[in-house]
Design a protein around this ligand. Structure first.
Ligand code: XMP
Ligand code: MG
Length: 176
């Protein structure tokens, strides 16, 4: 059990299950990219542990970089868009694998991918540790998914509640 401020979180996905699944995802990526040299793009802060554990099991030659996304309000009526910060590597012609902690509504990953696609990569794939299909608001093509989960708030292993709780090896869920 984990108490953060006013909320109680209970065990959900164990560290062992997370690590086993990450090894499977890495094996899949190693097979799929056997003849390519992808650029792994981790989305901070949430993906930091997932990206680190995933890359330990990649045996293909690959480069790794991190970006942050910053919310800003669009001038049109499209709602809130995310601006990519910190990407200094050229993306054109590269095989990108965007690494996220969680796809919830899908709005963040869609914004990020649209902006990356505008820079003409050779290919773009998404690896997300968690996916909440019931929360999805925009269709998104996910190539590597760790766990599909129900629409409940989770913390741990990179995911936070109000900035806290990222530093656990397990994932916990808000007690109902
Ligand atoms: P979406 O897909 O809705 O996700 O654009 C945006 C970001 O929101 C965070 N997020 C969560 N963080 N527990 C968390 O700790 C959750 O259940 C959760 N759902 C979404 C996450 O940073 C994601 O990138
Ligand atoms: Mg995130």
């Amino acid at each position: 059990m984990l108490i953060i401020k006013d909320k109680t979180f209970v065990p959900f996905i164990t560290a062992d299950a997370i690590q086993a699944r990450i090894q499977e995802l890495a094996s899949q990526i190693n097979r799929d990219y056997a003849d390519r040299q992808p650029l792994i793009v981790g989305v901070l802060n949430g993906s930091v542990l997932f990206a680190a554990d995933l890359m330990k099991h990649l045996t293909i030659p690959c480069e790794i970089t991190f970006i942050r996304v910053k919310s800003y309000t669009a001038t049109e009526s499209t709602g809130e868009l995310k601006q990519i910060l910190g990407l200094s590597e050229p993306v054109e012609g590269r095989d990108l694998i965007v690494v996220e902690d969680i796809v919830d509504t899908g709005l963040t990953i869609c914004d990020v991918c649209n902006q990356l696609r505008a820079q003409s990569p050779a290919s773009l794939a998404i690896a997300t540790l968690l996916f909440k299909p019931a929360a999805l608001k925009k269709p998104v093509d996910l190539q590597y998914v760790g766990f599909e989960i129900e629409n409940r708030f989770v913390v741990g292993y990179g995911l936070d509640y109000d900035g806290l709780g990222r530093n656990t090896p397990d994932i916990l869920v808000l007690a109902s």
